[in-house]
Design a protein around this ligand. Structure first.
Ligand code: XMP
Length: 512
């Protein structure tokens, strides 16, 4: 595998994802992981990420210097380059002009080809810069392999008597899309220089996991909460491939799902060979939510009720399947977004320890796009794999204020029209999340000759890559106009539709 040492760059996860796209397994570990721990991973190459600090700063992040004795190729990106340069006796200018954005690199040539194997088949081309410090004195035993207008030592590597160390440094970011030949560069590093084989694939992952799950579960039975979302479905199907009937799936219909969702989900799950127990718990959820208007109280009630109902479904099972993904388990040094503390999320993940179930988390090594690829390989319908995220508390946080069946039904009907139109206009896959919100506001309208006094519905669509930050989606006006028309004409109880044009921050994606 390839280890990515995380120095806190916003791009660390992107580095790991790019490596995996090349077909090589990669893991992210904190920058200060001790050498013995690093050795345990048996890395085939090490990448030092970028980071926000300066190598000379008092609180600067320094790796275990032993990494340079591991005997495997090392590539430092941005801050990683500064770490390399200072370790080998070079100097970094922390007061240099900051450089953000596109720059063009000049690749050093020798006999008509790139001087460095790292730049094999890479022409002078655009790269993405994002740094403050830059190398101003070359470390000993290194040579320059590419330069840019602003930094002569844009790419350096060990040479001569040090060549065998195979240490490389880049001032720019090969992992971002704006670096045109970034993937080629990473491929050169991993395959040509480090000699790694691209053997990481959904198929291989599935085979390996099936074995692991069998080993873990043995003859015991396993329980899995299904939500209809991508992660829990892929996790359940994977576990079911491994242990078949030993897996019991539970789908709790909390009455806060979208229109006909429980039925639809059950229909899609059936051909996948899962045995799913659908628990109709609408009454109890709605009863407990009656006259509760505070979003946080609603979340707590829903979380607690879910656990209570799920617990009743546990009998002899010894394991619980969870669809935990890699971004949740990385010990990240980067600053986490504020969303977790702003809203208390209650998912299946919040099941308390007292259930004494051991966990099976077959997706904990995967990024979301890899989960989808695994799902595809397992034969799960595209419709499920490409679904937008849906919050655990469901429509309860989209009917603002207190919730009742009538208001939920109005929202469901409107939302169904919105989603249907998004899909038929091929816009659904282009937004991160889209949904409707029923406002606790009434407005005056006129229908035929009659005055109406009814609800206002807000439509929300956002673009995002992880839900931490988001921008409102610029949906076409004629599309919005069609949706608004249909909703006002077809849904009883709504006479006005508004479109939410707030970004996160300062707004959040959901309204509650
Ligand atoms: P916010 O509204 O915090 O949402 O910008 C970010 C992402 O999280 C989802 N979300 C939740 N998911 N339980 C969940 O499982 C919750 O209580 C919850 N609140 C928000 C939201 O849909 C978006 O994808």
């Amino acid at each position: 595998s390839v280890l990515v040492l995380d120095f806190g760059s916003q791009y660390t996860q992107l580095i790991a994802r790019r490596i995996r796209e090349i077909g090589i397994y990669s893991e992210i570990i904190p920058y200060n992981t001790p050498l013995e721990k690093i050795r345990e991973h048996k890395p085939g190459a090490v990448i030092l990420s970028g980071g926000p600090s300066s190598v000379y700063g008092e609180s600067a992040f320094h790796p275990d210097e032993g990494i340079f004795t591991l005997g495997v190729p090392i590539l430092g990106i941005c801050y990683g380059l500064q770490v390399i340069a200072t370790h080998f006796g070079g100097a970094v200018d922390a007061s240099a002009k900051q450089e953000f954005g596109r720059a063009k690199i000049q690749v050093e040539e020798q006999n008509g080809a790139a001087k460095s194997m790292l730049f094999k088949d890479i022409p002078n081309s655009d790269v993405w810069m994002s740094h403050g410090d830059k190398v101003v004195r070359m470390p000993e035993g290194f040579s320059v392999t590419a330069s840019s207008g602003n930094s002569e030592m844009c790419a350096i590597e060990t040479t001569g008597s040090k060549a065998a160390l195979k240490v490389y440094g880049l001032q720019f970011h090969p992992e971002v899309q704006h670096t045109l030949y970034g993937k080629q560069l990473l491929t050169n590093f991993l395959i040509d220089i480090a000699g790694l084989k691209p053997d990481w694939s959904p198929k291989g992952f599935i085979e390996h996991q099936i074995e692991e799950i069998r080993k873990t579960a043995g003859k015991e039975t396993v329980i899995c909460g299904i939500s209809g979302g991508v992660d829990s479905t892929v996790a359940a199907v994977l576990v079911s491939k491994a242990i078949g009937k030993q897996l019991h799936c539970v789908f709790v219909d909390n009455g806060l799902l979208r229109k006909n969702e429980a039925k639809k989900v059950m229909r899609v799950l059936k051909p996948l060979g899962l045995s799913v127990n659908l628990v109709d718990a609408e009454d109890i959820f709605l009863k407990r939510l009656k006259n509760v208007a505070s979003p946080e109280k609603k979340r707590k009630i829903i979380g607690r009720t879910f656990i209570h109902i799920f617990e009743e479904q546990i009998h002899e099972e010894k394991f619980l399947v969870q669809g935990t993904l890699y971004p949740d388990v990385i010990e990240s040094v980067s600053v986490k977004g504020p969303s977790e503390t702003i809203k208390s999320h209650h998912n299946v993940g919040g099941l308390p320890k007292r259930m004494k179930l051991k966990l099976i988390e077959p997706l904990r090594e995967l990024f979301k796009d890899e989960v989808r690829a695994v799902g595809r390989e397992l034969g799960i319908a595209e419709d499920i794999l490409m679904r937008h995220p849906f919050p655990g508390p469901g429509l309860a946080v989209r009917v603002l204020g207190s919730v009742n069946k009538n208001r939920l039904d109005i929202l469901r009907d409107a939302d169904e029209i919105y989603l249907e139109e998004l899909k038929s206009s091929n816009l659904y896959r282009h937004v991160w999340q889209a949904f409707s919100v029923l406002l606790p506001v009434q407005s005056v309208g006129v229908m035929g000759d009659k005055r109406t006094y009814e609800n206002v519905l807000a439509l929300r669509a956002v673009e995002s890559s992880d839900g931490m930050t988001a921008d409102w989606a610029h949906l076409p006006h004629d599309f919005l106009s069609r949706v608004s028309n249909r909703i006002i004409n077809e849904v009883r109880g709504i006479n006005r539709v508004a479109y939410d044009i707030s970004s996160k921050p300062p707004a959040t994606i959901e309204w509650e």
